[in-house]
Ligand binder design. Structure first.
Ligand code: ADP
Ligand code: MG
Length: 930
């Protein structure tokens, strides 16, 4: 662990304590302390080393810890020349490492004593120097903080030795750069993390890439939002292993040497800067977008980006001497510039001064985060022992003392890795869709199979039943016919017998014998008939049983059929359930897609912001609103994302997306409105959205929702739709102006106001809607929004006013001189217009300049404009405006207005003069009238 302790700078001002050891004057006490600056006590205690040992792990994104710049002093051993030349003299300094004090001899009896964070004697090894000075900074960088290690001292005192030695012949000699990279590479994991380096030198305020010396005019970019500096022109090399890094350093060193030889300089006059960029993904800490419908959590990995800057400064003697050593004037000035600016900044920071002249030099701009910024900074002061350089050594030590008072606020910078989340989501989505399609297909196949089977079975049963019935019928018909035939035969036989008997009775009438004979034959017949009857009865019973049997069979068949029907209706129900599930799945997919879209949207925005930052351009260009939404897709991935938007449109369906606007779930509503806003940014979608009732839904959302995000996004979508004339009329007829005005009155977020102002500004450009727009409070709403001073909002307000004024001036050409006073002036916009006519943000200025020219077209406005000071703005525009067309327009307008001409004449300003007399674009022009 490090003995280079980090102390909290809670007693905000560092306390410089100097010990005067004046043995001749104070005999009673050899140690007389004299407090030099404000504050009290000796800097000694070591409370809570800030993150020095990896304490950064618990630090949250926004929290910052204070961390003072740590300063160590390293004394170089006497060199061969000094051994001889200074043989009879003592060293000019004496180090007392155990009490962390350094004494610098003033003369034989008097010396000054200073405290430092660490003192490294001439015997200190490179390893110890690394551990004491650099290691805590490297550990912080690995934890996600920015870090700086800088060496300051006279040429020849060991700055390059301490920082840049490669130690190829002897590993013990390796300097801080090599050791730092070794520690970083050992710590990071190659799968998730990345390290890259750039190496450049700053000489005479020119930055030269030491990996590519021909690249020697590199400019510094600053992110206007957070002040982060970057060097887009410099080579950034990915580092995977230690050997390739050492090789790179060697190349850089050789280039530095060669470049300086060519320039006829020495390396001691240039500042060499190694920048190590570390990107690490943070494990176990993720942003989560929960989606209730899926019950799953989508995670965007968090990455920490930090930067280690190692600075080998030019020799400090240059501050004083560069002018006197035969340098050219330019060179002397430039060599001085960066180092002396650094000294000034450190003085200002040490004294808590309100103004720190960071912008005075490239070096101080580059080191903005290192001193007074968010980085952990260690400074190593290198000194030599020779008494001949006492003055130089003393001033070097004073620099170190002042640097000890500089407080930094350490901060971790984390960001979400939306790109990789988006990739993950894409894969997940593809899987879900494929799985869903597969299930659906399998299910349909199964339903088809079961239906076929059932149909087959029913047909078979019906056939069997019909066959059996037919067979039975035939059998009974046959049996019946047989029985009838038998009965007929019996009947015929009986008849025959009767006929015989009658004959016999008629022929012989001898009493009892005959009678008994006939009785006998009759009883025989009866028995026979009885038998037949019994037979018949039996047959009938059998037939009845058969019929019962058949009936039972029929009932059974019917039952079977009913069961089959039940099965079929069950299957139908299953089909319905599946369809329902499918609908739910589709809804989930829609939500997932909208989330994905939202995430890629945000990722793009972040990327675009970064791009803007990199290019150093201020956002809020002239029509910032529309292009911003339109150009969401950066060139590289644009097609893919546009494609996915179209796909979403087709697959989910506009109506579905619009219906999600009314979802109960606030999250879904927000996602849906964002998706609609994205779609509305494409001109080709606008008509469809309006046709499907999207505009009405968006206006309803403005009315019904209390959520500012919804207001912002809905207003953005409306602003996009309001680019089209038909939609403008629709918006007006649906009470859009009062809704937008209400939203504007309640909004706090500048982005919401920007969207609302953008929407109204678009409406302002429609000639037919002017009167209605004004009557419903549109102009007053615009004016009300200037309470938010955000330049983007002001630019939209100015655009609206310019649009409105343009329409009014167009109307003059039809109405002629009858045209009345401008509604803009009636509604009191003139003072704001005049106030902002020379606004430093060019989009605002341009719109207002145009508005003024348009207003000046109507004579009815002239009096108000003269009284309100607008005339002077017009005069100024006609002379100074950098845009020729506006300048000419203003000039012509002034010339053609009798009222303005009269006023100028009254004030004896001869505006008829040739325009060439007025130099254009001259600031502080003498046109001010007051
Ligand atoms: P600077 O970069 O400050 O001009 P250098 O690092 O080039 O100084 O050092 C000048 C000379 O002193 C070099 O020859 C170097 O090897 C030697 N030197 C510097 N510091 C030490 C040290 N701590 N031990 C031994 N030699 C050193
Ligand atoms: Mg050097």
């Amino acid at each position: 662990m490090s003995s280079f302790s980090y102390r909290n700078g809670i007693t905000s001002k560092g306390v410089g304590v100097k010990f005067d050891n004046n043995s001749s004057k104070s005999s009673s006490s050899s140690f007389k302390s004299k407090v030099q600056s404000t504050g009290s006590g000796i800097r000694r205690s070591s409370t809570g080393s800030v993150g020095g040992g990896g304490g950064g792990g618990s630090t949250k994104d926004d929290s910052a810890v204070s961390g003072r710049v740590r300063v160590a002093v390293r004394l170089r051993p006497r060199n061969a020349e000094e051994m001889v030349a200074d043989a009879d003299f003592a060293d000019c300094v004496e180090l007392q490492p155990e009490v962390k004090r350094l004494k610098i001899r003033k003369n034989n009896w008097d010396s000054d004593t200073y405290e430092f964070d660490e003192l490294l004697t001439e015997f200190a090894s490179q390893k110890r120097v690394y551990e004491v000075v650099a290691k805590p900074v490297v550990e912080s960088v690995l934890d996600g903080y920015n870090g700086t290690i800088m060496a300051y001292g006279q040429t020849g005192t060991g700055k390059t030795y301490t920082l840049g030695r490669l130690g190829e012949e002897d590993t013990a000699g390796r300097g801080i750069m090599v050791r730092a990279l070794e520690d970083i590479l050992a710590e990071i994991s190659p799968e998730t993390d990345a390290v890259s380096v750039s190496y450049f030198q700053l000489y005479m305020e020119t930055i030269q890439d030491l990996f590519d010396p021909a690249n020697d005019n590199i400019s510094i970019m600053e992110d206007p939002r957070n002040g982060d500096v970057s060097l887009p022109g410099v080579n950034l090399v990915d580092i995977r292993d230690q050997n390739s890094f050492v090789e790179l350093l060697r190349i850089g060193e050789a280039h530095r040497f060669a470049a300086n030889t060519k320039l006829n300089t020495e390396s001691s006059r240039s500042h060499a800067i190694l920048m190590v960029h570390v990107k690490r993904s943070v494990k176990g800490k993720n942003s989560s977008l929960s989606s209730e419908s899926t019950g799953k959590t989508l995670k965007a990995p968090i990455v920490r980006k930090s930067k280690l800057v190692i600075v080998d400064l030019a020799g400090s003697e240059r501050v004083e001497k560069s002018g006197s050593e035969g340098h050219t004037f330019e060179e002397a000035k430039s060599i001085n510039l960066s180092l002396s600016a650094l000294g000034k900044c450190i003085n200002a920071l040490a004294e808590n001064s309100a103004h720190v002249p960071v912008r005075d030099s490239k070096l101080t701009r580059l080191l903005r985060d290192s001193f007074g910024g968010t980085a952990r900074t260690s400074l190593i002061i290198t000194i030599g022992p020779s008494p001949r350089h006492r003055g130089e050594t003393a001033s070097t030590i004073m620099f170190g003392q002042r640097a000890m008072k500089v407080e930094n606020m350490l901060k971790i910078k984390e960001e979400f890795d939306y790109k990789s989340l988006s990739r993950k989501l894409d894969v997940q989505l593809d899987k879900l869709i494929a799985e869903h399609e597969r299930q659906q297909k399998a299910f349909q196949d199964e339903v088809e199979r079961i239906t076929l089977e059932a149909q087959k079975r029913v047909a078979e049963a019906e056939r069997n039943y019909a066959d059996a019935l037919e067979k039975e019928k035939l059998k009974y018909q046959k049996d019946y016919a047989d029985s009838i035939k038998k009965l007929e035969e019996q009947w015929a036989a009986k008849q025959e017998k009767h006929g015989h008997r009658k004959v016999k009775v008629g022929q012989a009438d001898d009493g009892i014998d005959q009678k008994s004979n006939s009785e006998l034959s009759t009883s025989g017949e009866v028995a026979e008939i009885k038998k037949t009857l019994q037979n018949e009865t039996l047959l009938r019973k059998a037939a009845e049983a058969e019929v019962n049997n058949l009936r039972n069979q029929l009932i059974q068949w019917k039952k079977a059929e009913a069961a089959r029907n039940a099965e079929i209706s069950n299957l139908h129900k299953l089909v319905e359930d599946e369809a329902h599930q499918k609908a739910t799945l589709e809804e989930e997919i829609a939500i997932l897609r909208s989330q994905l879209l939202q995430i890629s949207f945000e990722a793009d925005q972040t990327r675009r912001n970064l791009d803007i930052g990199r290019n150093g351009e201020l956002s809020g260009s002239l029509d910032s609103l529309i292009p911003q939404v339109k150009h969401q897709q950066p060139k590289d991935s644009g097609d893919g994302e546009k494609g996915s938007m179209v796909k979403l449109f087709e697959q989910v369906g506009l109506h579905k997306i619009l219906s999600l606007l009314e979802s109960e779930d606030a999250d879904i509503r927000i996602h849906a409105v964002k998706v609609v806003a994205n779609l509305a940014a494409e001109e080709s979608n606008q008509e469809k959205i309006v046709e499907a009732g999207g505009l009405t839904s968006l206006l309803t959302l403005l009315r019904s929702s209390n959520d500012e995000t919804i207001h912002r996004v809905a207003a953005g979508a409306i602003a996009n739709l309001a680019m089209n004339e038909i939609n403008q009329e629709l918006i007006m007829s649906q009470g859009g102006i009062s809704l937008l005005s209400l939203t504007a009155a309640n909004a706090e977020d500048p982005q919401t106001l920007r969207m609302v102002a953008g929407a109204i500004a678009n409406l302002c450009g429609n000639d037919k809607l002017q009167v209605k727009l004004r009557a419903e409070g549109g102009i007053r709403a615009l004016l009300g929004m200037v309470r938010c001073r955000h330049p983007d909002v002001l630019a939209q307000v100015a655009r609206g006013i310019a649009n409105f004024a343009k329409c009014e001036s167009r109307a003059i050409s039809t109405q002629g001189t009858k045209a009345g006073k401008s509604l803009l002036i009636e509604d009191g916009t003139l003072p704001w217009i005049v106030q902002n006519a020379n606004n430093e943000a060019s989009p605002i200025r341009r719109h207002i300049e145009l508005a003024l020219c348009h207003l000046a077209q109507a004579e009815a406005n002239a009096k108000d404009m003269i009284n309100g000071g607008a005339l002077w703005e017009l005069v100024r525009i006609s002379r100074d405006c950098s845009r020729e067309d506006i300048r000419t327009l203003a000039y012509r307008t002034l010339k053609s207005s009798p009222s303005f001409q009269a006023e100028l004449k009254r004030l004896r300003i001869d505006y008829e003069l040739n325009r060439g007399v007025f130099p254009h674009r001259r600031r502080n022009h003498s046109t001010d009238c007051a």
